[in-house]
Design a protein around this ligand. Sequence first.
Ligand code: C5P
Length: 398
Amino acid sequence: MLAGKRILLIICGGIAAYKTLDLIRRLRADGASVSPVMTAAAAEFVTPLSVSALAGEAVHTTLFDLTAEAQMGHIQLSRVADLVVVAPATADMMAKMAGGHADDLASTLLMATDTPVLLAPAMNVRMWQHPATQRNLGLLKGDGVAVIGPDSGDMACGEYGPGRMAEPADIHAAIRQHLAQGPLAGRRVIVTSGPTQEPIDPVRYISNRSSGAQGTAIGQALQALGAHVVFVSGPADVPPPNGVELYQVETAQQMLHAVTAALPADAVVCAAAVADWRVANAPESKMKKQQGRLPVLEFAENPDILATISAPGPLRPKLVVGFAAETDDVLANAQAKRARKGCDWIVANDVSPATGTFGGSENTVHLVSEAGVEEWPKMAKTAVAQRLAQRMADTLNS
Ligand code: C5P
């Protein structure tokens, strides 16, 4: 997907620089060429030899390299790239960029470039939270610089919190998105996936069967066509796609909240198996077994996310797609569901046990729209996702 793309990768001095080696490997495997630039401090964390071996290109380190200047001036270096990526971006480099300093090769390139810039900050949590860094972040965003991360978690310095560099897979996905040229480039699509879990008490829950495989495949397929994917997932077995804007939820109410907060969007795909009911009388403490007495659960109806999103209004997306997992009268039920929910398309699938759809890698679906019913042959869930994403792109662009 990145074939023919050139990335100018600026590596600053931080422990996260070791992860940048993995990023280079991923970018190369994706077809990109990588021109690496290292600050003096970066060379204290990873060697220029490792970086150039993975990049397949010489590492640029100094501003006053006469040979390099004769072959390709440093300004030129910053201009031939399709994207400049700074990973890890230290607090110091962010401050230099925000202040317009140019006192080494990396900061000079960043000043001289007219190419979009993506930063992956990495630093100690206190440094990240410091008002100076936050002020610089605001200035850089105002200058049009894109930022991915930092993530929260345990840090190499022993502290916990935001400051870890985003994972290489996520930076790779963000780079793909920045350079996206597919038919969904610039489109925002929300995907719900996985089951929801509705607590019975703090240790027990009711849920639906759903691995999240189809939802993840749809997220990936939309992303591959260039969409910005907001992925709202219940506790699924299959991990979410890399690089999506991810919201992890448990209950249907949380899922509805995350989806509505993510609007406006060009399209929504509701692939989640949302529990129809929640337990209305779930106690805050664990229920105890009582001799001869069974607990009585009272149910309340959950909000219907698909129907809520499909309702007419200023935030109604242009295209809303739902799923209908049925065991009997698949098409009749799907058509009725489309009308009842008010969505544009229903992807109907037969989930009767004989089909092996649940937990399996294949799916047999029909696309039900205003135009009628389209039968799709039995195919891999990833192929269903790709075909659906392409159909969505055709419709959104028509
Ligand atoms: O009504 P049923 O659960 O069969 O409808 C399935 C479709 O509706 C799926 O697209 C599912 O994601 C969506 N749905 C929803 N919120 C609910 C129930 C279902 O978004 N509470």
